[in-house]
Write a protein that binds this ligand. Sequence first.
Ligand code: GCO
Length: 471
Amino acid sequence: MANDASAVFDTLSPAVSKGSLADPFTPPADSALWRKNFLLGAATASYQIEGAVDEDGRLPSIWDTFSAKPGKVLAGDTGAVACDHYHRWEADIEMLASLGLEGYRLSIAWPRVMDAAGVPNRKGLDFYKRLLNRLKEKGITTFVTLYHWDLPQHLEDRGGWLNRDTAYRFADYADLMSRELAGTVDAWATLNEPWCSAYLGYGNGHHAPGLANDRFATQAMHHLLLAHGLAVPVLRANDPASQKGIVANIGRGTPNSDSAADQRAAHLFEVQHNAWILDPLLKGAYPQDLFELWPGTEPLVLDGDMETISAPLDFLGINYYFRTNVASDGAHGFRDVPLEGVERTQMGWEVYPDGLRDLLTGFKKTYHNLPPIYITENGMASDDQVTDGHVDDTQRISFLKRHLAAVDQAIKAGVDIRGYFLWSLMDNFEWVFGYERRFGVVHVDYSTQKRTVKRSAELVAKFLKERKARA
Ligand code: GCO
């Protein structure tokens, strides 16, 4: 069971609990992170933590189907149990609150709250109502993602995101959820990382549903963004007091040499990772360079679609993890050129905080209507082990400090960044890497479901406590 969350401060490792000033996390005094209105929280997602995949009428999702296929997920792991959050949510929220985190980003499992005919599932709805009401009772700001990849399988059976109708079904789902949860959600994000859903799910097949065709990727992306655009006015009508936005993962691509070909390759990398999503949302048009990279893959776009997609946003969620070094592939694209001698995480991702700062300051120049930004995911995976009841995740502490410094630099450069969510509150199902890759600031022993607060979380809690005392 979860450790006694209320005793978090009693478990602080000696170096921290004695109030050591030079702890390795606390930001410098002039950092914008000391502003009391800068929201600091943690994030999770339904399929990655809930488990209970066959309980209370939840229907199968594409990730239940995909992870059950041999060879798709490391060690054959699935989200069937995960962190058993569906049953342990009260202790998990206690733990979140005891760390002093001010915000919590969660996602709703579409298959848990509606059936194939669109009929609401009361038990599923009640789970999220209880969870959100408890968060509000504790004064925690709630960021709710409607779609974090767990598409109902019955919709995939009818074409999934290749079927335009799925966008309209998503708007119906957004209508139900915003009517049911209005007043408990401070910010709605329609989608999490459409790039992953479209490219990994339909482009290279590495993620559910596992289709691989560039043409599929661009059409799936169009229907995902259309779903977003159809949902935003519905959310506005049903829950006017909340913020509406979307969450995009962004990629920093750097050229392997100063050659024009490699510079072009880095540009095309960032078109494929960033402009493919941000241009439709903020400019109402796809970047034409994308179709240099993928000739002949223009999606079918109907009249009015781009106006729908570029509905004004209250915020843009940004997920950032690493930099990719690229060179020309000698044709019309790019290829990864992994750098030697750089710091990497358990995922093999390069630690590169400057990429976050540089992308954000670049977006401010590129998009005149760039909405306020929340860093909705940032963090790293490490092979964390519990020793004498503690987890000394030194690299994560350093990673977080450096990326928060990059956020501060972007703010000082004029980027309107209003908050930051750790990925993740707890270790969880890391998609095709299963449970081996640990992103949490809280360790989960999957054999006992015991939660152990890692030193990174202790230091974040200490900073938040100091910040609150100064307010
Ligand atoms: C993503 C997803 C998360 C991942 C995290 C680490 O950004 O890919 O939102 O679900 O677990 O990013 O890969």
